[in-house]
Ligand binder design. Structure first.
Ligand code: 3IO
Length: 342
C-alpha cells in the first residue's frame, strides 16, 4: 500500500469532512428555481398540464431547472393571475384569457362558435395562431403554453331541452361564454370556475356552461344532473412568464421551454379529450344518474341561427379597436381545418 509522504490519515479525513460540510445541504439542488401558479386544484386537467410541464422541464434540463407548482390559488387566484406575474408574485402563471376578454380581445375569437370538434384541435389552433400572429395583448409576456377546453355544454339542475327551458335560467360561464348564453336566451353570469360549486349549492346559479369533466373534477354531478348535448364554445388557457424575467433565463433553458410549448397543446388536448371528459361522464352516469339530453333537429337549427350573428358582431367590435379581426379569423379557420384532418 502506498502512503502519501506528508499526509496522514487524520488530515485526509479532516479535509474530506470539511468538503462534506462545505457542500450544499442538497448537492442536487437546481441552479434555477421557478414558481408556477394556477388558480384551480391540481387534480383538474389544467393542473395536470402544469405538473407535466414542471416534470418535463426538470428532465430536459437535466435538473438545472426546478419548478415548484402552486395549484388551487395558493399563490395567485383566477382574477389576479396575469397582474401577479407582472408583479413577480410567481415566475409563471396559468390563467384563462377567456375570463377577461377585454384584456385578451383577439384571443376571445377562439371562443366564438367556430365549430371546434374537440380540445386537441382547438388547443393546437390557439397555439399556432398566437405564435404566428403575435397578438399585442401578450406583449409584456412570454407565452410558454396554451390550450383550451373541449367545446362547452350546458350542465344544469333542471333539464334544458329547448329554448323555453333555458329562458331566464341563471347559468354561469367564463367571460367569453356569456354572449353565447345571452344569445340563447339564458341569464348568464361570468364567474371563475373555483366559485361554481358553492354558487350552485347556494342557488346563485342553476348550472354552468363549460367542458363536461367538471361534473367529476368539481363534484358538480351531485347537483347538476343534466347535460344538453349541444357543443358550444371553448375556454382558452395561457401560461405566461413576465417578458423581462424570461429574458434573464439562459439560452439552453429557453430552448427547452420553447420546444415544449407546442407539445403542451397536444398533450393537454389529448388528456382532456381522451381520458378526462370520458371518465367523468361515465362516473357521473354511474354515481349520480347523469342524463344527456339531445336537442331535436329543428331546435338545434334554431340555436345555431341565434349564434350566427356573433362572429360579425365580434369583427365589428375588434375593428373598432383597430385589431386585425378578419385576418385572425381567416387564419383560425385554416388552422382548425388543417388540425381537424390529422
Ligand atoms: C376550468 C378551469 C379550471 C379548472 C378546470 C376547468 N375546466 C374547465 C375550465 C374552464 C372554465 O372555467 C370554464 O368556464 O369553462
Amino acid at each position: 500500500m502506498i502512503r502519501p509522504k506528508f499526509i496522514s490519515y487524520p488530515v485526509v479525513s479532516l479535509v474530506a469532512g470539511l468538503l462534506v460540510l462545505a457542500a450544499p445541504a442538497t448537492p442536487w439542488a437546481a441552479e434555477i428555481n421557478l414558481t408556477y401558479a394556477f388558480f384551480a386544484p391540481a387534480r383538474t386537467f389544467p393542473g395536470k398540464q402544469m405538473a407535466h410541464w414542471a416534470e418535463q422541464v426538470g428532465k430536459r434540463t437535466g435538473g438545472k431547472v426546478a419548478v415548484k407548482t402552486f395549484p388551487a390559488g395558493t399563490l395567485l387566484g383566477a382574477t389576479e393571475m396575469y397582474d401577479g406575474v407582472t408583479k413577480g408574485v410567481a415566475d409563471i402563471g396559468l390563467g384563462s384569457p377567456s375570463y377577461d376578454p377585454g384584456r385578451f380581445p383577439l384571443t376571445s375569437g377562439v371562443s366564438l362558435p367556430m365549430g371546434f370538434t374537440n380540445a386537441t384541435v382547438a388547443s393546437r389552433t390557439l397555439w399556432e395562431l398566437t405564435k404566428e400572429l403575435q397578438p399585442k395583448e401578450y406583449e409584456n409576456f412570454k407565452v410558454i403554453a396554451m390550450f383550451t377546453t373541449e367545446p362547452g355544454y350546458i350542465q344544469s339542475r333542471s333539464p334544458v331541452r329547448n329554448a323555453a327551458d333555458l329562458k331566464g335560467m341563471k347559468l354561469r360561464a367564463a367571460g367569453t361564454g356569456v354572449p353565447v348564453l345571452k344569445a340563447l336566451g339564458a341569464a348568464p353570469i361570468g364567474m371563475p370556475m373555483p366559485e361554481v360549486p358553492q354558487s350552485v349549492q347556494t342557488g346563485v346559479i342553476n348550472g354552468t356552461m363549460t367542458s363536461r369533466e367538471v361534473l367529476q373534477d368539481f363534484k358538480l354531478a351531485e347537483t347538476l344532473k343534466y347535460v344538453t348535448d349541444y357543443p358550444t364554445v371553448v375556454v382558452t388557457f395561457a401560461a405566461v412568464m413576465d417578458r423581462k424575467r424570461w429574458e434573464k433565463l439562459p439560452a439552453d433553458v429557453k430552448k427547452v421551454i420553447e420546444e415544449l410549448a407546442p407539445e403542451m397543446a397536444v398533450w393537454t388536448g389529448n388528456y382532456h379529450d381522451n381520458e378526462n371528459v370520458g371518465a367523468a361522464l361515465k362516473w357521473a352516469a354511474k354515481e349520480h344518474k347523469l342524463q344527456i339530453l339531445s336537442l331535436a333537429a329543428d331546435e338545434r337549427a334554431r340555436w345555431d341561427a341565434k349564434l350566427k350573428p356573433m362572429e360579425a358582431e365580434w369583427v365589428k367590435e375588434m375593428n373598432a379597436k383597430g385589431l386585425p379581426a378578419v385576418r385572425y379569423l381567416a387564419r383560425l379557420r385554416e388552422l382548425r381545418d388543417q388540425f381537424a384532418k390529422k
